[in-house]
Ligand binder design. Structure first.
Ligand code: ZN
Length: 240
């Protein structure tokens, strides 16, 4: 049995979607994630390919072209990559799937959002990170279009782009996210290949939670030190 997986980069090269606190657009960030995930899948023996939306078409035209290309590739499964828009209060991850899902789309969504919470501390929105959308909802045309064409799929919103403890854990670690995504595709869609092993931390280091707390402690300590120095300076200066 062969399994073919399509990795669809959300938005397009001229309308790149939301921008995260590092200044990366959805299209930019997810182009890298899609390529890395494709490589990991191919190394695992899964046939995978990356698909980009055509910036010169209407939204409906872009969706239809993707559905044509993905079905021509013979994909059984697909994942569309996004991240959520800036919002001062919202947090968490979710995967959008059709209401009439097959069970495997639900399983993929559940597993991916579990792994995002375990690895990065990202809370799971909705029902355990699974968001069954209407066809009329944002993203519905793509999700239902693919589903109706026989491609089991999910639209991934792993994190919000604004600076938060979640995004600061997530965005500096694209290799870790690619690994999590690959294993969620393998496990969730029940592909008959082995899961991939975790990699060594990526440069400039993908901090784990302890290290993150340590760094925050260090930053606080150096801020206090700077304040002490400037207090001393002001005290001396004002005495003279
Ligand atoms: Zn998006």
């Amino acid at each position: 049995m062969t399994n073919r997986v399509a990795l669809i980069v959300g938005h397009n090269s001229s309308d790149q979607g939301a921008v995260n606190y590092l200044g990366q657009s959805e299209w930019d960030f997810n182009s890298g994630i899609a390529q890395a995930t494709m490589q990991l899948l191919v190394e695992s023996g899964v046939q995978a390919e990356v698909f980009f939306r055509n910036p010169n078409k209407s939204y409906t035209g872009q969706v239809n072209q993707i559905i044509d290309e993905v079905t021509s590739f013979g994909a059984d499964f697909s994942v569309e990559l996004h991240f959520n828009s800036y919002n001062s209060s919202a947090r968490g991850s979710e995967v959008l799937i059709p209401e009439s899902g097959t069970g495997l789309d639900n399983k993929f969504a559940d597993i991916l959002t579990d792994k995002l919470e375990e690895e990065f501390g990202i809370i799971q929105r909705r029902d355990d990170g699974v968001y069954e959308i209407d066809e009329s909802a944002a993203g519905g045309m793509m999700v239902y279009g693919l589903y109706n064409a026989g491609v089991i799929n999910g639209l991934v919103e792993p994190c919000f782009g604004e600076r938060s403890p979640e995004s600061e854990a997530f965005f500096p670690c694209p290799n870790t996210y690619s690994r999590i995504l690959t294993n969620s595709i393998i496990e969730g869609f029940e592909l008959e290949v082995d899961l991939i092993e975790p990699e060594m931390p990526e440069a400039p280091t993908c901090p784990d939670n302890d290290l993150l707390l340590e760094m925050k402690g260090d930053a606080l300590a150096s801020m206090n030190a700077i304040r002490d120095i400037s207090d001393n300076f002001i005290n001396k200066w004002s005495q003279e």
